[in-house]
Design a protein around this ligand. Structure first.
Ligand SMILES: NC(=O)C1=CN([C@@H]2O[C@H](COP(=O)(O)OP(=O)(O)OC[C@H]3O[C@@H](n4cnc5c(N)ncnc54)[C@H](O)[C@@H]3O)[C@@H](O)[C@H]2O)C=CC1
Ligand SMILES: Nc1nc(=O)c2c([nH]1)NC[C@@H]1CN(c3ccc(C(=O)N[C@@H](CCC(=O)O)C(=O)O)cc3)CN21
Length: 288
């Protein structure tokens, strides 16, 4: 099923994100996660591709299992940086052969320890180039990323908006946001996006703070700002992992409840492969 057909019912679309386990871990760990997530009946699950240096083969294998063994609608991430058009066509063919109908078209992060990309990057420069290529050649439903706080590489928010508008016009069916911890930033972003003619559904990406180290890594990777309320939690529970997790889950639930009150099109939970915490959040927000 094409995910864009799920929007517009008046109910928020609910989705989860998982990433492949590191190469030295068995794939069984992700199947244990999926067993738990399946019970929550998500509308779809997305599988990251190359995030944090993970193997792309594992991403394809997991996306296949989600769709064909768990029978959950799948959104396969695809990054294009460093690939040729031929490489991308091969991966798209493999997705098609596994009946995967939805792709999240991304540019990709620079390699770890590197701030930018080599000028000689072949093939694709921006995610929009990948969106256009997929739409030209296939019938995939195409999602893309949106950055409510702007993007680290593009400090001028107005310029960044024009890039987003151009990307959407290249054929994006729906957007998923980068994580953020202050809903007001999202509401301002959404108003501005609509005013600039970006009309597609916008799913909100939420990352629960489950431990301080992970949030440090994510905020430095994606530039999300940490509001005072969250900073206080990080300081107060610095020496108590269990209390930190509990407070992080409560924070995420408050964010989600407020987004639902404001009619968000969808909630996409960055699960960090933790099914039990996802279950608590789904129950506490009444989403499941
Ligand atoms: N591996 C994964 O599963 C995931 C990765 N990400 C990462 O988030 C980051 C951004 O990715 P995307 O949104 O796909 O990239 P993008 O290509 O849409 O944007 C990246 C940067 O390029 C600028 N830009 C975009 N189009 C432009 C144009 N036509 N001319 C000039 N500048 C332009 C944007 O303002 C932004 O600063 C990447 O680093 C991506 O890998 C995000 C979610 C999941
Ligand atoms: N810039 C950017 N790159 C991404 O890959 C990305 C985003 N933003 N935003 C949304 C999601 C969040 N994603 C994430 C976030 C964290 C990890 C992470 O912490 N990975 C650990 C592996 C942990 C483990 O295997 O247990 C790592 O060390 O890389 C992975 C994907 C992927 N996405």
């Amino acid at each position: 099923m094409q995910i864009h057909s799920l929007f517009g019912s008046g109910k928020a679309v609910v989705s989860f994100e998982i990433f492949p386990p590191k190469p030295n871990y068995s794939l069984d760990t992700i199947f244990a996660t999926l067993d738990g997530l399946k019970e929550l009946k998500p509308d779809f699950i997305s599988v990251t591709y190359g995030a944090g240096g993970s193997s792309t083969e594992r991403s394809i294998e997991i996306a296949d299992k989600v769709k064909n063994e768990y029978h959950i609608e799948t959104l396969a991430h695809l990054t294009c940086v460093g690939s040729t058009r031929g490489d991308i066509e091969k991966v798209l063919n493999r997705f098609s052969n596994h009946n995967i109908e939805n792709v999240l078209a991304l540019r990709g992060d620079p390699p770890q320890g590197q701030a930018g990309f080599a000028a000689s990057n072949p093939g694709y420069k921006y995610a929009g180039d990948l969106v256009a290529h997929i739409k030209e050649r296939t019938d995939f439903c195409v999602a893309a990323a949106a950055y409510p706080e702007g993007h680290l590489e593009c400090p001028d928010l107005n310029v960044h908006f024009s890039h987003l508008k151009a990307k959407v016009d290249q054929g994006v069916d729906f957007l998923i946001t980068q994580l953020f911890f202050d809903n007001n930033i999202f509401f301002t972003f959404l108003d501005k996006a609509r005013a600039q003619g970006i009309y597609c559904p916008v799913v909100v990406g939420i990352m629960p703070v489950l431990n301080a180290a992970q949030i440090k890594r994510m905020t430095s990777l994606c530039g999300a700002s940490v509001p005072d309320g969250l900073q206080r939690i990080l300081e107060k529970y610095a020496n108590s992992a269990a209390d930190m997790e509990k407070a992080g889950i409560e924070y995420a639930c408050r964010q989600i409840n407020n987004l639902l009150e404001n009619h968000a099109d969808g909630i996409h939970l960055y699960t960090m492969n933790k099914a039990e915490q996802a279950r608590i959040i789904m129950h506490q927000t009444g989403l499941r």
